[in-house]
Design a protein around this ligand. Structure first.
Ligand code: GLU
Length: 308
């Protein structure tokens, strides 16, 4: 380890201790019953650096449900496939509304505000289903994530998928709503089933940090995305990655990031590092409470905010 790595590693160990002493973990997402059973008082973190090293803290090897973090990888697949044409079907503006809101969809005639709110992510998944079965579309996302992480041991947690399938009434409403505006091509149940399974991909912080290297454009990363696509995805993560808490996250952390209701957080320091944090207790916006705090402390320590 270089001197810089040792300093960062020490910071991570201190951070792990401080986070565990905080005590206010937030609430787990219980609208997906399988996630509602998880103990919120857990924390793991991994930082993949440009030279290929991965530094870890806490439960960095523990697998968790990546949920909406999967939307980043689905977007990467679709941008790779159809590029800029996607924006005819989905916008690029923050929503200022909850992640599963139906409100704007009515006002904006079925064109979701961005690819990271649920309605937008469902359109992205629909696009992935063009000319493919749900099984093939899922295989494409999984192949992308495995290639990005250079790790084939990444799978879908079927119990979580089943659990969401039994309780996903809002997403069911959203796919039918999109269909009613003509912004859904595949059968609604195919889109929903594929989306729910993509959200149920399980990864550890180490795996997620390694997968995020392709978005951070790290020297050690496999080449899966052009620099333009990396920039586009990072811009979306900065402005829309934490739903209606995106402004607050940019204010506190200043790095592009995507959260999931499983408590995962992928944070990108472009050119420098890909960071995965997991702590399942959420704040009022549905973002990991301790994950956000850890990202904020990391940004303060490293100076990795893109705002300098
Ligand atoms: N599968 C979840 C849902 O659609 C993902 C939400 C999230 O992680 O923010 O409700």
């Amino acid at each position: 380890m270089t001197h810089d790595h040792m300093t960062l590693d020490q910071f991570l160990q201190d951070l792990d201790r401080d986070i565990r002493a905080e005590g206010d973990w937030g609430e787990v997402a219980d609208y997906i019953p399988e996630l509602g059973r998880i103990d919120p008082a857990q924390f793991g973190m991994a930082i993949a650096l440009a030279d290929g090293q991965v530094l870890t803290a806490g439960q960095a090897g523990q697998r968790f449900s990546i949920q909406s973090v999967s939307k980043v990888f689905a977007l990467a697949c679709v941008l790779g496939r159809i590029g800029e044409q996607l924006w005819r079907r989905v916008g690029r503006e923050p929503s200022g509304d909850r992640f599963d809101s139906i409100l704007l969809l009515e006002q904006e005639k079925g064109r979701p505000r961005n690819p990271f709110i649920n309605a937008g992510a469902l359109v992205v998944t629909d696009e992935l289903l063009t000319g493919r079965s749900p099984r093939q579309a899922l295989a494409e996302i999984l192949a992308f994530v495995r290639a990005a992480a250079e790790d084939d041991d990444i799978h879908i947690d079927k119990a979580v998928a089943r659990s969401e399938a039994g309780s996903g009434h809002r997403n069911t409403a959203l796919v039918h709503y999109l269909r009613s505006f003509g912004n859904l091509k595949a059968p609604p149940d195919h889109v929903l089933g594929t989306y729910i399974h993509q959200c149920a991909i399980e990864m550890s912080c180490v795996q997620l940090a390694r997968a995020g290297r392709v978005i951070a454009g790290l020297d050690c990363a496999p080449v899966l995305l052009s620099p333009v696509k990396q920039r586009r995805i990072n811009a979306m993560m900065m402005t829309c990655g934490q739903y209606d808490g995106s402004g607050n996250f940019a204010f506190r952390v200043g790095m592009p990031a995507k959260s999931g209701v499983g408590g995962g957080l992928l944070v990108i320091a472009p050119g420098k590092a890909s960071i995965a944090i997991w702590s399942p207790g959420l704040d009022g916006w549905g973002n990991s409470r301790m994950g956000t705090l850890a990202a904020e402390r990391l940004a303060e320590f490293t100076g990795w905010s893109v705002f300098g």
